[in-house]
Design a protein around this ligand. Sequence first.
Ligand code: NAP
Ligand code: G4F
Length: 343
Amino acid sequence: MKKKALIFGVTGQDGSYLSRLLLKKGYIVHGVKRRSSQPNTFRIDDIYSDPLIKKNNFYLHYGDVTDSTAVFSVIKKVVPDEIYNLAAQSHVAVSFDMPEYTTNTDATGALRILEAIVRIDKKIKFYQAGSSEMFGKVVESPQNEKTPFYPRSPYGVSKVYAHWITVNYRESYKLFASNGILFNHESPLRGETFVTKKIVKGLFNIKIKKQKKLFLGNLYAKRDWGHAEDYVQAMWKILQYKNPEDFVICTGRQYSIKQFINLVAKSLKIQIRWKGKGIDEKAFDKDGNCIIECKKKYLRPAEVDTLKGDCSKAKKLLNWKPKHDIKSLIKDMLEYEYKSNIQ
Ligand code: NAP
Ligand code: G4F
């Protein structure tokens, strides 16, 4: 019998990569999407039109993790083998503007799914999309599964709740419930307000003269950036492991936002000269045009300055390691911009 997976957050970056991976592995995939005034399925529309994927292997249901009845009903209807909880208000800066909604979705959302599993079928396996944001103001570097959490945003705090409620339900009810603690991962399908996509799309548009300037915030934060394609493999492997456990997933390499900009500019053959300091730091092209400026509105009330992971546990127990590095990630993201602009 084919395995059944249910993905909360199917319309997001990771939801779309995970759907493709599971379909390729022969799963029947059910996804939960939110009702919106405009279609929000652009990242998964091609799955329907792919002739290699039979239509009866991929189903969408309306739902929202803030609605217990909807969560319970869809799990009861599908009774999947595996649930992936990717649903979240996933923007850290936005979580300062919408702290209560972020908590309801990112923290209590996980609890609602776990409660439904306990009531419907304790054999359903559960994956919680945890985040390196939980390490926040890091107490050691690199960060591993034993590093204490010190979240710096309502988003980070909510994810810490979701992490511990997952551990608690695992221990209390003997559920197969695991946390992935994933460091930043990007792709051509990354949301447009996250910094890597903003930089890749912005500099590409500057190169083809579609845009004059790019506005950013803190250029000196450092992140451990991987590719979503590699990270959804890890999610699946976490649920196939013999025991329910928690795993850090990362590349172990970190770059600052400024280094990321310089790498993208180099790939696009844009010569950049940096001038000024702090919020007044600017980038100029070879003709002296200012192409990057910093704006206070993109700074956060509390910042996560540095993240760098240690995924030795996943390498050893899951036999997982990333295929992509920062250069192949940028190449993939730029190729997508190129293709989108010649169509
Ligand atoms: P994303 O692109 O922002 O996708 C989030 C998904 O959650 C979307 O499908 C969104 O639906 C859905 N969603 C939002 N609020 C919801 C609600 N109340 N009820 C049901 N669904 C809701 O995020 P992502 O990058 O794919 O990340 C997937 C998960 O991994 C998230 O939980 C994120 O916090 C976590 N994570 C991400 C990273 C990363 O670097 N990407 C790292 C660590 C952890 P709409 O399309 O309708 O908005
Ligand atoms: O791209 P970001 O918004 O990602 P952030 O805050 O690290 O969060 C992402 O990764 C987490 C994993 O660690 C996920 F859990 C979370 O859901 C999300 O996917 O910002 C990265 C860095 C920050 O330090 C930010 O201050 O880039 C800095 N930055 C500088 N200028 C900017 C900008 N970030 C954004 N979004 N927009 C800017 O203009």
